[in-house]
Design a protein. Structure first.
Length: 156
């Protein structure tokens, strides 16, 4: 599932003629959008939030952020392909670079928990903390030989 359309991506390049025989087709652009959407979703799923199956409906802000990230990736890819084939209009190469950097920064931020609150991702910690084991079990019972462990036998 992608978060933006081919029209969203192509609007950044007004001189680009879509679906010209032998050139970039809308289906190519849609594939790039879908690939980027998968990368975006993977970063969020890695944090415990599936944007394609959220626990509650996405807010309009969440939807706009997903669209913006997906559009940035599509614009960066289309722009890089166009740059290799034709000369872009004044200012368009800067758009390509800026969009590619923007998406990379946001994906890194997602992976580093910066957007957890925005997407309602709860703490990833829970249950027994810090590798502790229940009081009724020892490290030997668990088959563990950790150097620092609770109830470790130091008589050896």
């Amino acid at each position: 599932m992608s978060y933006c359309t081919v029209d969203d991506v192509c609007s950044e390049f007004p001189s680009f003629q879509r679906n010209v025989a032998g050139d970039i087709q809308d289906s190519d652009i849609q594939n790039w959008i879908d690939e980027a959407a998968a990368e975006i979703a993977a970063a969020l799923v890695q944090r415990g939030f599936d944007p394609d199956a959220p626990p509650v409906p996405l807010t309009s802000r969440q939807t706009l952020l997903l669209k913006s990230m997906n559009r940035s990736a599509g614009v960066a890819k289309l722009g890089s392909v166009l740059t290799a084939r034709v000369t872009l209009q004044t200012g368009e190469p800067a758009i390509v670079t800026t969009r590619a950097q923007s998406l990379g920064k946001i994906l890194d931020a997602i992976r580093n928990r910066a957007y957890d609150g925005f997407f309602g991702i709860g703490s990833q910690f829970g249950g027994i903390a810090g590798g502790e084991i229940p009081n009724t079990e020892t490290l030997d019972d668990e088959g563990m030989s950790n150097f620092f462990g609770k109830f470790e036998n130091t008589d050896d």
